[in-house]
Design a protein around this ligand. Structure first.
Ligand code: SF4
Length: 344
């Protein structure tokens, strides 16, 4: 990958003078973390990384033990999107050389679900590019979801964009367990990453999912030029929306995308962000999503002391490491993979 400009900020050195294990104890006692402490976690000096992660691990362990949930993504419709999300390789303003294709067949979606089962994933994520699904696309996905739920032991999460009235209910009735719609960033920074829809549009779809009784999945992307305060605001917005599953992406700068020159992350910062999200959302699934391999690098196993979930195999338009490497990493940590749910 050709990176045009790498912005590597200096890591802070001033001690926070915060006892991170005491923070964990307060969180575990049910006391929500305040914004100032969350920001301090994100801006902690590298010398505090291990105490910070150890504290996040206490919180993670109380909710999830040493288990890891695997998710498997399938991009069922790629590129050709009329929106202008500046970070996205599939947008109308992207010149990235990615595969572009319309909605794949029902058989291909079913084959993807089988690959997810074979990969030990507990959840199969059906992702389509676009502002939102047409009625035809929605019915097509709903049909596939129905058949997956009738024949396989796996949860299904759909991610099809902004929903129109009644579409969340259609997916619920087909058996979808979950719907993903990321907030992506803070309300304040959203105008800098997209002009064709608003943060409020995204929040509205999340609310519609919840109203329909579908488990909400929503997260974001770190490393697009936002401030630390924006990252903290996103963590609190997700908490306030009572999001059950939070995927955190670390921005992958793909050549041809407007944000292709952004690289302002280092592995320690990514770990601090995961710890901060764990403190703010102590009992929620936190998934290390896109950019895990690229930005956490050799430190990626440490991310699982704060997060409890990862994607296995590839991302939407970029490759991940092999499933075998993920299994080995989990085994080396002494953690176990959560089995898929039994079919009732
Ligand atoms: S709506 Fe989704 S697929 Fe379209 S440009 Fe934005 S992030 Fe990419």
């Amino acid at each position: 990958m050709q990176i045009i400009e790498r912005l590597k900020p200096l890591s802070p050195t001033t001690p926070t003078n915060i006892d991170w294990s005491a923070v964990a104890a307060r969180v575990l006692a049910g006391e929500p973390i305040d914004r100032a402490t969350a920001l301090a976690a994100l801006q902690a000096p590298d010398a505090e990384l291990l105490p910070l992660l150890a504290a996040a691990y206490e919180v993670r362990r109380a909710a999830f033990g040493n288990t890891v949930q695997l998710y498997y993504l399938m991009n069922v419709k790629s590129g050709l999107c009329p929106e202008d999300c500046h970070y996205c390789s599939q947008s109308k303003i992207s010149h990235a050389e990615i595969e572009k294709y319309p909605m794949v067949s029902r058989e291909e979606i079913l084959a993807g679900a089988q690959r997810a089962v074979d990969s030990k994933a507990c959840t199969f994520c059906i992702v389509a590019s676009g502002r939102g699904p047409t009625e035809r696309d929605l019915e097509h996905v709903a049909d596939a979801v129905r058949e997956i739920k009738e024949t396989m032991n796996i949860r299904v999460c759909a991610c099809l964009g902004i929903l129109k009235d009644g579409q969340a209910e259609q997916l619920r009735d087909a058996g979808a367990d979950r719907y993903n719609h990321n907030l992506n960033t803070s309300e304040d920074f959203h105008g800098s990453i997209c002009t064709t829809h608003t943060h409020a549009d995204r929040v509205r779809t999340v609310e519609e999912i919840k109203d329909a009784g579908i488990s909400p999945c929503s997260g974001g992307i770190i490393g697009m030029g936002e401030s630390d305060e924006d990252v903290v605001s996103m963590a609190f917005a997700l908490r306030d929306l009572e999001i059950e599953s939070i995927p955190l992406n670390f921005y992958i700068p793909i050549p041809g995308v407007p944000f292709a020159n952004k690289w302002n992350l280092n592995p320690r910062y990514c770990l601090k962000a995961l710890a901060m999200f764990r403190f703010v959302n102590p009992t929620r699934e936190i998934r290390i999503a896109g950019g895990r391999e690229l930005h956490l690098g050799t430190l990626q196993p440490m991310g699982l002391y704060a997060a409890n979930s990862i994607f296995v195999s590839d991302y939407l338009t970029t490759k991940g490491q092999s499933a075998e490497d993920d299994y080995k990493m989990i085994e080396d940590l002494g953690f176990t993979i959560v089995a898929p749910p039994s079919r009732t």
